[in-house]
Design a protein around this ligand. Structure first.
Ligand SMILES: *[C@@H]1O[C@H](CO)[C@@H](O)[C@H](O)[C@H]1NC(C)=O
Ligand SMILES: *[C@@H]1O[C@H](CO)[C@@H](O)[C@H](O)[C@H]1NC(C)=O
Length: 365
């Protein structure tokens, strides 16, 4: 195609400019990944359940804890309250964005507001979108996580000044991972009566409405760049396989279908919020498909066991039942998808974090 010389020159200039801009963005991310240059965002701020709790449950009155070995056995410094042999996805996201390699728990007395200024976790193992879920094991409900976030903003303004605090809150990446416990620890455990009150489809709608409330609440408090994880293949966690006697110990396909249906509703809710709330950058994280792909093709990550946990018998243990007394705990967690009967190994968390990091970077442009 022929163009007038002037237009050709200006198109060329545009292309060059775009290339330079792209190189700058890629360069900044790469430099940050190497931990050398300025961070890409001021902070990583985390809400949810055990998939992202880095130690808040250590200091509250619940039996749902993991601050003892063999939890943390592949982490320098040992057990922290992370439900894993090593790090969780937000830790990897933080490091990839040029921030510290471990994101501290808000209630951990070893850390202060100067640490939380670059990253903080409000999540609590056992929590859910439904208030009733957190009450099952006496953990921190989502509304309380939001209260802590409000308090954090005030402390941050005192520590860093109002303008800087506003900048941090508006430009931080928010990681939200919650929902599994609403089904596995509440609805299907029959302990709260929700199964009498709602059909499973109604309960999905109820949870999605709670998620929308939560996301709107943090938006009103200043959050703008948020990743929200969908449900994983919850029927494939070892505990559910163990309970799935009729299914011969395979994945519980009914639960997986519930997760897929819920995820469709979550995606629609996210699209609606994006349209309704000005400047809200919101990304859905598809955990489900990645998890099923790895379970079907374990060789992709060099996994040898995707059906049972590394800790103890791998069939039922988590929390206090996963402890140093078991002679059965596996030697190399990197060969396993699951660390305990409910939670992935560090290797899997690192893999999942790549998707969240990429989504986070996409929210910055
Ligand atoms: C959950 O609990 C909080 C605090 O009591 C309350 O404000 C909120 O309305 C509750 N949510 C629902 C859906 O009941
Ligand atoms: C997975 O690990 C469990 C517990 O360590 C073991 O009993 C089971 O046989 C393993 N399965 C496979 C397919 O290797």
């Amino acid at each position: 195609m022929l163009m007038a010389p002037d237009r050709a020159r200006s198109s060329l200039a545009t292309v060059l400019l775009l290339l330079v801009a792209a190189a700058v963005v890629v360069g900044a991310a790469a430099a940050a990944a190497a931990g050398k240059k300025k961070p890409v965002v001021p902070a990583v701020i985390v809400f949810g359940d055990s998939t992202v709790d880095t130690g808040n449950n250590n200091v509250i009155g619940t039996v749902l804890k993991s601050n003892f070995p063999p939890y943390g056995r592949d982490l320098q410094g040992g057990a922290t309250g992370r439900f894993c042999n090593g790090r969780l996805p937000p830790d990897f996201v933080s490091e990839a964005l040029g921030l510290p390699p471990l994101v501290p728990a808000y209630l951990d007395p070893a850390y202060g507001i100067e640490d939380f200024a670059t990253g903080v976790v409000f999540a609590s193992a056992g929590s859910g979108l439904d208030n009733a879920t957190a009450s099952v094991l006496g953990v921190i409900p989502m509304w309380k996580e939001v209260q802590y976030f409000k308090e954090y903003k005030q402390r941050l303004a005192k520590h860093a000044g109002r303008a800087r605090a506003r900048h941090i809150v508006a430009n931080a990446v928010y990681v939200v991972s919650v929902g599994t416990n609403d089904f596995l620890e509440n609805y299907y455990l029959l302990v709260t009566g929700r199964f009498l009150q709602f059909t499973v489809a109604e309960y999905q709608d109820f949870l999605v409405a709670r998620a929308a409330e939560f996301l709107t609440a943090i938006y009103r408090l200043g959050a703008r760049r948020v990743t929200f994880a969908g449900l994983s293949a919850i029927g494939c966690v070892p505990l559910e396989r163990t309970l799935n006697l009729l299914g011969g110990g395979g994945c519980n396909e009914e639960y997986n279908q519930v997760a897929r249906d819920y995820n469709v509703k979550v995606k629609a809710m996210i699209a609606r919020l994006r349209a309704e709330l000005r400047g809200f950058r919101l990304a859905y994280i598809n955990v489900y498909d990645d998890m099923v792909d790895l379970i079907q093709h374990p060789e992709k990550l060099g996994l040898e066991n995707v059906s049972e946990g590394c800790c103890a018998t791998g069939k039922v243990e988590m929390g206090f039942m996963c402890n140093d007394k078991s002679p059965l705990t596996c030697d190399d967690a990197d060969k396993y998808f699951f660390w305990d009967s409910f939670h992935p190994t560090e290797k899997i968390n690192r893999f999942f974090a790549k998707g969240t990091t990429a989504a986070s970077l996409s929210l910055l442009t």
